[in-house]
Write a protein that binds this ligand. Structure first.
Ligand code: DX5
Ligand code: ZN
Length: 217
């Protein structure tokens, strides 16, 4: 599959979200980091902002829920217009039921793993998912250094996807930049979230194209 880039608006100017969303048109997704100050020690935005973003851009929304009780909240993000909803397995009470609910409501269902969470216990859940997110930093903040120690987990996850003959995508999030994206692609990732490496640049749209080119090399 061709590489997909999902710029994270966490690194954008929150007072100008509509413009910032438009600044990366041409990206495959717009990554929206939802944080509740419980699952992670930071607070960002919720359903009403996602509803407004949906109207502000044609780019599909990739909502990454770093929140407690995603079983309760994830469906509301599908209703708000997300094309993909990612919940953390560490927070979900019933991940299979939740993935089925997200799919039934018409969005792509995705599950995220924090750096210390292994993929192996969840091998049998993979067919229920459209995407698996391997975090390459501890979730909570943009601009952190990429964790190289996650590369083996990316590789093992790609192998498991192949073993089960699945079409699902493998996303990486955290510290993905011109310096690290090739390592992620080589390990088997195909959807790349980038915050500071896109919005930290003078021309965010050009940064998206540059990252995609590098990932596809
Ligand atoms: C971190 C968020 C990321 C963040 C990535 O918890 O999930 O999406 O915005 O930012 P960078 O690319 O700057 O590491
Ligand atoms: Zn994220």
């Amino acid at each position: 599959m061709a590489a997909q880039i999902s710029p994270s608006i966490l690194s954008a100017d929150f007072a100008r979200l509509a413009e910032e969303a438009k600044a990366v048109e041409g990206a495959d997704w717009l990554h929206v980091d939802v944080m509740d100050n419980h699952f992670v020690p930071n607070l960002t935005l919720g359903v009403p902002v996602v509803e407004s973003l949906r109207k502000a851009t044609d780019t599909p929304l990739d909502c990454h829920l770093m929140i407690e009780d995603p079983d309760r909240w994830a469906p509301a993000y599908v209703d708000a217009g997300a094309g993909s909803v990612t919940f953390h397995v560490e927070a979900a009470a019933a991940p299979v039921r939740l993935a089925r609910e997200i799919r039934a409501k018409g969005a792509r269902a995705s599950m995220a793993l924090k750096p210390a969470t292994p993929i192996e216990p969840y091998e049998d859940l993979l067919p229920e998912l459209d995407m698996l997110l391997v975090m390459t930093v501890e979730p909570g903040f943009g601009g952190q250094a990429f964790l190289d120690i996650m590369l083996p987990k990316i590789r093992r996850t790609r192998e498991l996807i192949g073993k089960h003959g699945l079409e699902m995508w493998l996303q990486v999030d955290g510290g993905v930049s011109a310096d690290t994206i090739e390592r992620c692609a080589e390990a088997g990732a195909d959807v790349f979230v980038a915050g500071s490496a896109v919005y930290g640049k003078e021309d965010p749209a050009a940064a998206v194209q540059g990252l995609r080119r590098q990932a596809e090399e």
